[in-house]
Design a protein around this ligand. Structure first.
Ligand SMILES: [Zn+2]
Length: 341
């Protein structure tokens, strides 16, 4: 073989080996590329997505912290506190709206009825209420209980005969309803059918006619909203309580028309106590606003305190025992000055 041929053969050999090496590596590379492409599309990449899902799951965890913070703030700021410290204007309460849901609840808790024939003391002729008068009495009932309950919610201490209950709850536990009779000469009474107080509706309508429902105090009749409405219902409902001791006859006129003392908390006692609470247990601003507008007498003990056997009508003084008791219960003495009639 010629040297030239040998060289050519050697070059050919190198080229062939080169090609073989190239194809061997190239195919590996090709397969490697294919493998890489297939891995991109293959499900093997899914776990990476799951990792993101796990991260997603970690992210929402701080969210419940918001309600927790809200709840904590609610617990720190109990609702009644701002309510009690707020100024209430009695006239706004008396003339303002009554929420419909409050009226609905009242109608579930109490029944308002009108009686003509079977009222307890109806020996005198009676007149039937007109539909308009019935409506006026219904509205006066809502107004009375709404105003009384709202006022009670502002008292610094609960009323002493309710045993820690709100006035509304005490009413609810004491009576089932209010029944109005139409006879101007007869008295209110407790109770019909066990737990229904019987109220002289004509008397209430006359208070409305006199404008005693137009504000806290009516200068023309010298009666407060309490005298015209609230204490009338409280007095009768008190007789429905099992611990009510009833009235006494301490002026010996043959009628049991007085209470033995203030501290027995009879019908006249609770009326006196409600007005005492009005004078001293409401927020200071409310008391001052009312006195500035209507005078001190708008909180008077009216005709209840002089129905107590412990009240000296000549000196206008309650005996020492009742004075000590009222001061221990409320923190305030009863000072007659302008408050006793
Ligand atoms: Zn009575």
């Amino acid at each position: 073989m010629k040297t030239t041929n040998k060289i050519l053969l050697a070059i050919l050999g190198i080229v062939i080996i080169g090609f073989l090496v190239f194809f061997y590596n190239g195919s590996d590379l090709f397969q490697g590329l294919l493998k890489f492409k297939s891995e991109i599309n293959s499900p093997k990449l899914i776990p990476a997505k799951q990792k993101f899902i796990k991260l997603d799951k970690l992210i929402p965890e701080p969210v419940p912290a918001k309600p927790k913070l809200g709840k904590l703030l609610d617990e720190l700021v109990p609702e009644p506190i701002p309510e009690k410290s707020k100024l209430i204007k009695l006239d706004e309460l008396i003339l303002g709206p009554i929420p419909q849901d409050w009226i609905n609840q009242f109608n579930k808790d109490f029944e308002i009825t009108f009686i003509y024939k079977d009222c307890i003391q109806c020996s005198a002729p009676y007149v039937a209420f007109t539909e308009e008068e019935k409506l006026a009495l219904k509205n006066a009932t809502y107004r009375n209980f709404y105003v009384a309950s709202k006022i009670d919610s502002y008292f610094k201490k609960t009323l002493p005969w309710t045993k820690g209950k709100s006035l509304y709850d005490w009413f609810k536990d004491s009576i089932d309803g209010i029944s109005y009779f139409d006879n101007p000469s007869k008295y209110n009474k407790c109770c019909k059918d066990g737990k229904t107080i019987v109220i002289n509706g004509r008397n209430i309508l006359n208070h409305i006619k006199d404008g005693n429902d137009k504000g806290w105090f009516s200068p023309s009749s010298s009666l407060s909203f309490s005298d015209s409405f609230i204490v009338i219902y409280i007095h009768e409902a008190r007789h429905a309580n099992s611990d009510d001791v009833g009235h006494e006859d301490c002026d010996n006129d043959g009628v049991k028309g007085e209470d033995q003392s203030l501290q027995v908390m009879g019908g006249y006692g609770v009326s006196t106590l409600f007005n005492h609470w009005m004078r001293y247990m409401l927020p200071e601003e409310t008391i001052n606003e009312t006195i500035n507008k209507y005078g001190e007498e708008s909180f008077s003990y009216y005709g209840y305190i002089d129905r107590l056997c412990t009240f000296d009508k000549n000196n206008k003084e309650l005996d020492q025992d009742d004075q000590d008791w009222i001061k221990s219960v409320s923190g305030y003495e009863i000072k007659c000055d302008k408050l006793c009639m």
